[in-house]
Design a protein around this ligand. Structure first.
Ligand SMILES: Cc1cc2nc3c(=O)[nH]c(=O)nc-3n(C[C@H](O)[C@H](O)[C@H](O)COP(=O)(O)OP(=O)(O)OC[C@H]3O[C@@H](n4cnc5c(N)ncnc54)[C@H](O)[C@@H]3O)c2cc1C
Length: 442
């Protein structure tokens, strides 16, 4: 009875959100008509409208969840996005508290710890709706909290650990980050060097993490570190590390070409002492847990791409329809409307793949292969759609004044972060049986 469960939870945000929805100030007036419209039973996109029951994985409950989230985004996030982008930071604790109060940080998490206890299709619905935030940085930061730093804790962590770290992350009282990548290990996760050595009942952590999203503001890190001797796939553990522990140094905020309002940190550990009880699940299983955690990260990343790309296409249709050159609208050139039709088709293909992967995932299948395909396709499309659309905006597309240039910068990351395109291709090749085996040196 998912519906009943959801309906019990939603009134706490619906009551608060009963005020009229504010209009999101867009960067360019011509984009104002581009957002998706909602009513209770049907979905409207630039492709068309259809009844929700025709969607394979979604119901009216999903739509209710989306509508509630959209109201929060329109009133409490989007009006401030431009300012946060200019400041190269957004107040994660404030935004997460707002989302946490309404249940959006724990959609799939156990109700015992404040979650909604829903299946992963609801997380995909939320990720898609987060795409209506008018930048990539905030959805990414939220995704780290909900689908990257916490799935392993929710699944394998002890009750005490969940009370200490999961519950406040779901309520929005704590900001989480994920510490996997290092300066010398990004794509090759198995080669991380950070160690957590045993000392009585404690672990002493030394090393460092690179590219840590939310790292400057986070209260705790889900940290992958080497805890024992042995092969690289079974010598690591995932550890909850409170970021105020002595020896944790937030060394620098990394300057990037996009995702401006999301903070990305380099972090060092200098003899950081944490109790062994802060290890998630079994010692030595961290690499395996992280690989499982990546499935959700990749589905979430792909889901978060669909709506912004549709917004990009919609905004481009509006702009090119209004802009007249050589005596006609730019849009009326066949090369332009055919190209946009082509890209819209690609987005629909991504959506179908995503829903299929999600449908199988909620039925308990291992969807590593399909999730990798989703992530690959989303990364490729993020580049292709934004680049093609920006071109049709001419000089305006090259300014910071338009949403299209922000998307162009922000969505470039998707082919790199959370596993580069080539890593996805390696995984898919492995499933196809075409990845050459690396023979250890004799
Ligand atoms: C803004 C941002 C936020 C991030 N947030 C986090 C975070 O919160 N937590 C975290 O742990 N990490 C985070 N990352 C790290 C991210 O996951 C890594 O950047 C990514 O995995 C790539 O690793 P790398 O940068 O070390 O590139 P490298 O591993 O050095 O790879 C460089 C390039 O080599 C190519 N390549 C890789 N493998 C192959 C192959 N098998 N065959 C051919 N070519 C290949 C790819 O094109 C890849 O882009 C973030 C990164 C960025 C930029």
């Amino acid at each position: 009875m998912l519906g009943g469960k959801l309906l019990r939870v939603l009134p706490r945000c619906l009551g608060k959100l009963s005020s009229p929805q504010s209009v999101t100030p867009f960067l360019v007036t011509s984009q104002q008509t581009v957002t998706s419209k909602h009513n209770s039973r049907s979905v409207h996109t630039t492709t068309g409208s259809w009844d929700l029951e025709e969607e394979s994985i979604f119901t009216g409950d999903h739509e209710q969840l989306r509508n509630s989230l959209k109201k929060i985004i329109d009133t409490e996030i989007n009006p401030f996005v431009d300012a946060w982008e200019d400041q190269y930071s957004f107040p994660a604790h404030t935004v997460f508290k707002t989302l946490g109060k309404s249940g959006f940080l724990g959609v799939t998490k156990p109700t015992e710890y404040g979650g909604l206890g829903l299946d992963y299709s609801y997380s995909v619905a939320v990720a898609e709706e987060l795409g209506s935030i008018r930048c990539g940085g905030i959805p990414m930061a939220i995704g780290v909290q909900t689908d990257m730093a916490t799935p392993a804790l929710a699944r394998f962590g002890s009750h005490e650990l969940k009370e200490q770290f999961l519950q406040p992350s779901i309520s929005g009282d704590m900001v989480a980050c994920l510490g996997v990548s290092e300066t010398g290990a990004g794509s090759d996760v198995a080669s991380i060097q950070t160690t957590a050595k045993s000392d009585g009942d404690d672990l002493i952590i030394n090393g460092g993490k690179m590219w840590t999203t939310n790292g400057m503001q986070a209260d705790w890190m889900c940290c992958l570190a080497i805890t024992e001797d042995g092969p690289s796939h079974s010598n690591k553990s995932l550890i909850c590390v409170p970021m105020d522990t002595p020896g944790v140094v937030r060394s620098k905020k990394i300057e990037k070409i996009g995702m401006n309002c999301s903070d990305t940190a380099q972090i060092f550990f200098e003899d950081v002492r944490v109790p062994k009880s802060f290890v998630i699940g079994e010692m030595g299983k961290g690499f395996t847990y992280q690989m499982l955690q990546f499935q959700e990260e990749r589905l979430f990343g792909a889901a978060g791409t669909v709506k912004p790309l549709e917004i990009a296409i919609g905004a481009t249709i509006e702009y090119t329809r209004e802009r007249k050159i050589f005596g006609k609208s730019i849009l009326d050139n066949q090369v332009v409307h055919f190209r946009l039709a082509e890209l819209q088709t690609e987005i629909e293909a991504l959506r179908s793949l995503l829903y299929r992967a999600t449908g199988l995932y909620i039925k308990g299948h291992d969807v590593t292969n399909l999730a990798s395909m989703c992530k690959l396709k989303a990364g490729r499309l993020g580049r292709e759609v934004c680049d093609a659309c920006l071109q049709y905006w001419g000089g305006m597309g090259y300014t910071k004044e338009t949403i299209i240039s922000r998307y162009f910068r922000d969505f470039r990351l998707l082919s790199i972060g959370g596993g580069a395109d080539e890593v996805m291709l390696s995984i898919i090749s492995k499933y196809m049986g075409t990845l050459p085996r690396i023979h250890p040196k004799k």
